[in-house]
Design a protein around this ligand. Structure first.
Ligand code: WTA
Length: 637
């Protein structure tokens, strides 16, 4: 295991070293991994193109660093614990040795079916062990995994498959989530009606529901691996070969495929995992995310397994069969590090304290939070009730694009402060800039959060469209990576993340692009146009508020249109993007040049019309009055 940062003094020393000699700093860390060939140069970069290359000409395989590197000491140690949706179901524990055999076997099966290095494989699976198995099998042979969260619709799935021209889809007949049973395979069948690139679909049996298998295209998982060898030699990869693509929403257009490469991501995943959670030999670690999101990629699979840890994956939801489920699982496995999202905490607060009090949580040492700013009430409850006041909370700020955590306390080392992500990890150089791009020096400043120097786990490009990557992240402020978040640095130099400053809404920790939701709403034949904004939501953090103008509606149509719009969004994107509020309006507030003034709609959605600011540029100020009158919230004037 690599050496962890051991004290606050050590943190400052390492931080200093990482800024004065970044290449030396990361080289020392990278040396703790197995390389077929060491790099010629640690870093070559500019944020103009952008070009970001780490560990240049290094040769390696990330799965050899999970398995071959760890196996001698950990063959019989449990790598993955799978806790099923149904608490009466049987858990699965896979040792490093067992997981390795399964990964190798699936890797061989992939190769046999014609998948080779560089091919894209879409994985659309529930939270079952076959998800990390297929993911690691791809990495083993150099195929690029593109995991799609199994809550996305057929349209979202086909968009993602087509964007990166996936050759294969790995899925299941269905999934269990709480008391829901979702027919995944039929969603895949629908998606594939508009995908030409997919040759084979591997189908895992999970629910046993009847499905259609298309001859020549579809094959059961069990047949796919039947008789296939469990011995596999890993593909030797270049540091900058692609490891995976993960789609995420931005402020414009369709979701983009954020691309990560093998070497830098590997180094950063293990480094951040060990340091942030201060994971120790033998600890039981549980991250409650879904592997369909980046948190699951880095902190259920790659980080913990590279570090030789024991990682729990959970198929279910926090409230099934009752709101005590998280704590029951913590108790059952004696979890030491627990990592979840503020939205889950808020949902559980609402269910009362007894669910927590009745369980033995004495094993807990560290609590983590990710996905959105954690409000002070949730922080206190998590700290006092779940952690009994003795577990540090690591409020970890990062993004799909950053590959791993960037700003966070180190557990037990960095003094914490509710709702502050505190300090950057070594190697991470944040800056706050004003809207003109001027860097705000010193403390007590607030503005747009940027990073001025590369770190190993950062995005390399957006799949198939490098210019889009440049425009999205590297063109707003010269020579800076722009995060899309606002932040303040307080008098102590601590960072507090204030949320998105672009047209992205963070709903229950999931990024939803307003443009995407508007496009979906606008597909309704009666809708003329729409504007979508976020508004404060007690459980979700932000809810989705849609203002919609329609053609003249009959009484019948008026009665059903809101539901039709909701269903349409669910069908086109997925249930997570459904608007929480839809307000039919006569017109949208627009400038004389025709631009929708979202700022005004946001204010109204927040229930505050006292500071609408300058409305004199509006084409028709009367529409604002109408919207306030019909708002689905009490608006203060
Ligand atoms: C938000 C999730 C405040 C932020 C890992 C970011 C946070 C977006 C935090 C990325 C945090 C994530 N405090 N905000 N601790 N963590 N965010 O790509 O707005 O799904 O830009 O990655 O989530 O979401 P993503």
């Amino acid at each position: 295991m690599m050496k962890k940062i051991s004290s606050f003094v050590d943190y400052f020393q390492q931080y200093h070293e990482s800024v004065t000699d970044p290449e030396g700093y990361w080289a020392k860390i990278a040396e703790t991994f197995n390389w077929h060939k060491k790099w010629d140069k640690v870093l070559d970069w500019n944020f103009k193109e952008p070009k970001i290359n780490w560990f240049i000409n290094g040769k390696l395989n990330i799965t050899e660093n999970i398995f071959e590197r760890n196996l001698p000491a950990r063959k019989d140690q449990v790598a993955l614990i799978w806790e099923p949706n149904d608490p009466k179901g049987k858990e699965i524990k896979l040792t490093y040795g067992e997981l390795f055999e399964k990964v190798c076997q699936f890797a061989n099966a992939l190769k046999k079916s014609g998948i080779k290095k560089g091919d894209r494989v879409a994985i659309y699976l529930p939270m079952v062990p076959e998800l990390p198995i297929s993911m690691l099998a791809c990495a083993r042979i150099g195929a690029v995994h593109s995991i799609v969260f199994a809550g996305f619709s057929a349209t979202s799935l086909s968009d993602r498959i087509n964007d990166s021209k996936c050759n294969m889809v790995i899925t299941a007949d269905g999934l269990f989530r709480g008391n829901k049973n979702v027919h995944l395979k039929s969603i895949v069948d629908e998606a594939l009606l508009s995908c030409d690139s997919v040759e084979h679909v591997v189908v895992l049996k999970r629910t046993g529901d009847p499905i259609e298998m298309k001859a020549g295209r579809d094959i059961w998982w069990s047949d796919f691996i039947a008789g296939v060898s469990t011995v596999n030699k890993a593909e030797v990869m270049d540091s900058e070969d692609t490891l995976f693509i993960l789609y995420t929403s931005g402020s414009t257009g369709k979701p983009k495929g954020v691309l990560h490469t093998v070497g830098g991501y590997m180094v950063f995943a293990e480094y951040t995992f060990l340091n942030v959670f201060q994971y120790n030999e033998g600890d039981i670690y549980w991250c409650t995310a879904d592997i369909g999101w980046v948190t699951g990629h880095t902190y259920i699979v790659y980080g913990p397994l590279l570090a030789g840890g024991t990682s729990i994956m959970f198929e279910g939801i926090p409230t099934y069969p009752d709101p005590g489920r998280f704590w029951e699982v913590v108790d059952k496995y004696k979890v030491n590090q627990f990592y979840t999202a503020p939205t889950a905490i808020r949902a559980l607060i609402a269910q009362g304290d007894e669910w927590v009090r009745s369980k033995d949580l004495s094993s807990l040492k560290v609590l983590g939070s990710v996905g959105e700013p954690i409000n002070e009430e949730a922080w206190r409850w998590y700290h006092d009730l779940v952690g009994k006041g003795k577990c540090p909370i690591v409020d970890t700020w990062w993004q799909t694009e950053t590959g791993g955590i960037l700003i966070t306390p180190l557990a037990g080392i960095t003094p914490t402060k509710p709702s502050f992500a505190t300090l950057p990890l070594p190697g991470v150089q944040p800056v706050i800039v004003d809207n003109e791009g001027k860097v705000l020096e010193g403390n007590n400043v607030q503005g747009n959060l940027c990073i001025k120097f590369p770190w190993p786990g950062m995005i390399r490009t957006t799949y198939g469209d490098h210019e889009r990557c440049r425009i999205n992240y590297f063109s707003t402020y010269r020579n800076l990576y722009f995060t899309g978040d606002g932040a303040k640095r307080d008098e102590e130099g601590y960072y507090r993340i204030l949320g998105r400053v672009d047209d992205v809404i963070n709903v229950s920790g999931h990024r939803i692009g307003t443009a995407e939701v508007e496009d979906a709403i606008n597909q309704h034949p009666k809708v003329v146009e729409s504007a979508v904004v976020g508004y404060p939501h007690e459980i979700k953090g932000s809810g989705i508020y849609a203002y919609v103008t329609c053609d003249a509606l009959s009484e019948d149509e008026a009665r059903t249109i809101e539901k039709e719009i909701t269903d349409l969004v669910s069908k086109i994107i997925g249930p997570i993007a459904k608007p929480d509020k839809i307000q039919l309006v006569a017109g949208l507030p627009k400038t004389r040049s025709g631009k929708i003034m979202r700022r005004i709609l946001r204010k109204i959605g927040e229930g505050d019309a006292t500071s609408l600011g300058d409305t004199s540029t509006l084409l028709d100020p009367g529409v604002v009055e109408d919207i306030i009158r019909g708002a689905k919230v009490d608006v203060k004037r």
